[in-house]
Structure formats: C-alpha cells, structure tokens
Design a protein around this ligand. Structure first.
Ligand code: NAP
Length: 331
C-alpha cells in the first residue's frame, strides 16, 4: 500500500487509515464487539498501519476495542495509534475541555484503555475556545517529552488555530472533514498544511457512508444514529446526494473499472490529503481496498466529477452539525 511520512515526526504509515467512530457504537446504532475486533485485524492484514480512535467514540469503548484487538499477537508494533483529547462528557452531554489537568487525566485513561505505553499521534479533537491554544500545545509537548506520546496533531482547527499551535510545538497533523461532498478545506487548511509540512488525515472520507454506493432512498437510520440527524441524509437533499453518487458510480466503473467507494478514497488522496480515514466496522467492508491503488485521477475525470457534483448538489453542506457546543457547561 502507498505510504507517507507524517509531517516531520519520523512516523510513517499507509495512506488509508482505519477510523473507529462507528466501532464505538454510540451514534452508530450500537456495536458488535467480535466484528469490531475482526475488522481491526482485517485492516492490519490488508496493510493498514494507522488506527484512528478517540475517547469520545462510544465513551471509551472504541479505544478499549482497539486495545483488545492489538493485544492479540504482536500487533501493537505493526500500527500507529492515533487517538485524541479535548472532548469530555457528563452523561450524554459532550463538551470541549483542553485544560491541562483534564488532558492529563484523558491521556492516562487512553493509555490504559489502549493497553499501551505510548500513543503515536495525540490529536486535540476540537479546539477548546476557553483554554488558550498555546497552553494546550505546551501541555501536549510535556507528554511528548515524557515519552507518553510521539507526535502531536489537531482536528477541526482553522489555520489561525494551527498557527497558534505551531508557535509553540512542531505540529505533525491536522484532521479535518474531507470528501467529495465536503470540500471546505480546499480554500484554507489544505494549502496551509501543504505549505507548512503538516500531514492531513481526512475524516469522513466516505461522507459517513454516502459515498459507498450502498445507500438507497429507502435506507432507514435508527433514532440513535448520527445519520438520523445529518442533514445530508434527509428528504429531498438525500435524494440529490444519492443521484450524485449514481453519477459518480457510473464514472468510476466506465473510466477506471472500480466501485464508487474506491473513486471517493482515491480522490481524497489525489487531492493532497496524506491519509484517508475509512470508517469500517465489518471485515468485509474493507474488501475493496485493492481497488484504491494502482491508478490515479486525470484532469478529464476531475472535470467530469466536478460536473456531476455541480449538476446534483446546488448548496453543498459542510458537516457543521458535528460541532460540539463552544462553551463548557457549568459543572
Ligand atoms: N476528528 C473528528 O472530529 C472526526 C469526525 C468524524 C470522523 N472521524 C474519524 O474518521 C473516521 C471515518 O469517518 P466516518 O466514520 O465519519 O465515516 P466514513 O468513513 O465516511 O463512513 C463510515 C461508514 O461507511 C460505511 N461503510 C464503510 N465501508 C463500507 C463498505 N465497503 N460498504 C458499505 N458501507 C461501508 C459504514 O456504514 P455502516 O455502518 O452503515 O455499514 C461506515 O460506518 C471515523 O471513524 C473517525 O476515526 C473524526
């Protein structure tokens, strides 16, 4: 599989990473633990060498499953673990909190759940606007000097926020949403990251399943699923997105003899993301991995893609519904 260096951290990984939000179960209609562990093993068998997770995914469950999967055999040494800090929860209520004491507690919890001594890439999940970025950056740098993390990243950050981090620490990566339907970072974060040698780990590369080609107009999502509230999956707008997927599927087959899922992931990589995160939770979902490699998009295909998007999606939506509240609750 294609590989890439993550910034100047010295870490290297395959350009497809496994995402584990769905494996955590919460907001994805529950999890099947045996399938989750089998998916992590299947990912490693297929050459994936970075697993992205977070404490918030299933309130610790995704990290526990990653830890359990890697504890079998000598798998830990074959992958980079990328986890996150900066989101806490009380009951079902999620809030941003990157204060030094909170982040320290989170780090110890993550190390325990992941059954490891060191986290390869530690990312701030969402910027905490009530804690100075410089303070969070300095706290993470302390963890790095203690040998508990190897590299530092951020997620869901503006270029100004990345700049504030970079004033204090070497920033290895940024993790923004990026897929054929959610392209906001092309105007700022993507060129900024390329200019400053910051790796881009693209999340929701399949637009939460829309770009797999498996969803139908009558596909129903449970009340507890993120897609139940995601505006792209509602009413007339959902049908427009599905029509765009049909167009992209036809193009993928005709031009490259691959499924639309492979076109979607190839596009993310060819646009300049370092790594595309693929949220799989059953082993067979990773079967099309071979179709992503060995070819590249050409200018004609890019023009056709843009024409399909322009034909069907008149008001492209960014995933702002994912954003946690900006202010900490009074606890
Ligand atoms: N930093 C952040 O704030 C942030 C936010 C979101 C995501 N992420 C990271 O990015 C990762 C990926 O993003 P994502 O989970 O939002 O979504 P995604 O990768 O765009 O889509 C995931 C969904 O696609 C479906 N899928 C995957 N492979 C499939 C296949 N071969 N056939 C049919 N369906 C398939 C699955 O849906 P079913 O479950 O219906 O099968 C899966 O849950 C996450 O797991 C997480 O690690 C980070």
């Amino acid at each position: 599989m294609e590989r890439i260096q993550l910034g100047s951290s010295g870490l290297e990984c395959a350009r497809i990473g496994l995402g584990t939000w769905a494996i955590g179960g919460r907001e994805w209609g529950g999890t099947d633990e045996a399938q989750a562990i089998a998916t992590i093993h299947a990912a490693i068998d297929r050459g994936i060498t970075l697993i992205d997770t977070a404490p918030i995914y299933g309130f610790g469950r995704a990290e526990q499953l990653v830890g359990a999967a890697l504890a079998q055999g000598r798998l830990r040494e074959r992958v980079l673990i990328a986890t996150k800090c900066g989101l806490s929860w009380q009951g079902e209520r999620v809030y941003r909190d990157s204060r030094p004491a909170t982040v320290r507690r989170e780090l110890e919890d993550s190390l325990r759940r992941l059954r490891t001594d060191v986290i390869d890439l530690y990312q701030v999940h969402w910027p905490d606007l009530q804690t100075p970025f410089e303070e969070t950056a300095a706290t993470l740098e302390t963890f790095r000097q203690e040998g508990k993390i190897r590299a530092i990243g951020v997620s869901n950050c503006s270029t100004a926020q990345m700049e504030a981090f970079r004033a204090v620490i070497p920033l290895t990566s940024v993790q923004p949403p990026y897929n054929l339907f959610e392209r906001a970072i092309e105007h700022d974060v993507l060129p900024y990251a390329s200019r400053h040698g910051v790796a881009v780990l693209a999340y929701s590369a399949l637009c939460r399943g829309l770009l797999t080609g498996r969803l139908r107009p009558d596909t129903r999502f449970g009340d507890d699923e993120v897609r139940h509230v995601d505006p792209k999956f509602q009413g007339e707008r959902y049908r427009h997105y599905l029509a765009a997927v049909d167009g992209l599927e036809a193009l993928a087959q005709r031009r490259f003899n691959v499924p639309v899922l492979a076109l979607a992931l190839r596009w993310v990589l060819d646009q300049g993301a370092s790594v595309a995160l693929w949220g799989a939770r059953r082993p067979e979902q990773l079967d099309p991995i071979g179709a992503i490699e060995g070819w590249q998009l050409d200018d004609e295909a890019r023009r056709e893609i843009d024409a399909i998007l322009a034909r069907h999606i008149h008001e492209p939506l960014q995933p702002s519904f994912l954003e946690p509240p900006r202010a900490r609750p009074l606890l």
